[in-house]
Design a binder for this molecule. Structure first.
Ligand SMILES: Cc1cc2nc3c(=O)[nH]c(=O)nc-3n(C[C@H](O)[C@H](O)[C@H](O)COP(=O)(O)O)c2cc1C
Length: 230
């Protein structure tokens, strides 16, 4: 089968689009409003953009009535949000945190997760998550969709502080992914988590390229990391 999504629906009973780019890591994002109300929500339209400096993005669809998502408004108003790593053990809390709540209620309380103070802003972090990124808001790029919910705010941010729970590091200093068991989004109502990993090396890669893939770009190149000003 094939179809042109801009002009027709697929012939399938459910749109296959969200089931094609899978698994998608989950941006489990905490933020705080200008009035001090904290917020937590999952975003599967979430990605790394680059690593030096580390930058991330997420795309938030508008609500059907045209309201923008609170995470976007909070990031724009306060300049900060936190990415909390979603894991299989935290799957129920991740799911519950997607509920649309009245402004006086916080997803932290409904999802039953613990607030931990961030270092660089007053955004609370999910204490139970093994990894957190403190993200400084950079900009929003708005794309108008074919419908109100199709319209998105793409938010770009710089990762200014990374917290990793030492209990989830291996003896040789890598993230212990099989113990963390990161949660990821599939299509429909389906999810997966990482329960298997394997390694591959690009044939004939230069030492610099090989180091970059492994995560040590500065060691051989000697190029100092650039940090954007606060
Ligand atoms: C696993 C999962 C992934 C989601 N991903 C997105 C997403 O990428 N973009 C989006 O706009 N909403 C997404 N949602 C829905 C939001 O989490 C939901 O609208 C939430 O209430 C938004 O909260 P906020 O307004 O406090 O930011 C997702 C929901 C779930 C359960």
């Amino acid at each position: 089968m094939k179809y042109d999504p801009a002009i027709e629906a697929s012939a399938l009973p459910y749109s296959p689009f969200k089931s094609c780019t899978v698994p998608r890591p989950i941006g489990w994002l905490s933020s705080i409003s200008a009035d001090g109300i904290d917020n937590l929500a999952p975003y599967s339209q979430w990605q790394n953009l680059t690593f030096d400096p580390p930058m991330v993005m997420f795309a938030a669809n508008q609500y059907p009535d045209g309201r923008r998502k609170d995470t976007v408004i909070n990031a724009e108003e306060t300049g900060w949000f936190v990415w909390n790593m979603a894991t299989y053990d935290l799957r129920e809390a991740v799911n519950i945190s997607a509920m649309a709540l009245p402004p006086e209620q916080s997803e932290f309380d409904i999802a039953g997760v613990t607030r931990r103070s961030a270092d660089l802003s007053s955004v609370p972090m999910v204490a139970e998550s093994p990894v957190h990124f403190e993200c400084r808001y950079l900009s929003t790029h708005r794309f108008i969709g074919n419908s109100k919910v199709g319209t998105i705010d793409v938010v770009f941010a710089a990762v200014e502080r990374i917290h990793i729970d030492d209990a989830f590091l291996t003896a040789d200093g890598r993230l212990d992914i099989l113990r963390i068991r990161p949660l990821a989004r599939l299509g429909y109502h389906d999810y997966t988590s990482v329960t298997e990993t394997f390694a591959m090396h690009v044939p004939n890669a230069s030492p610099e390229a090989d180091d970059g893939l492994e995560g040590q770009p500065a060691r051989r190149s000697g190029v100092p990391s650039m940090r954007p000003p606060h």
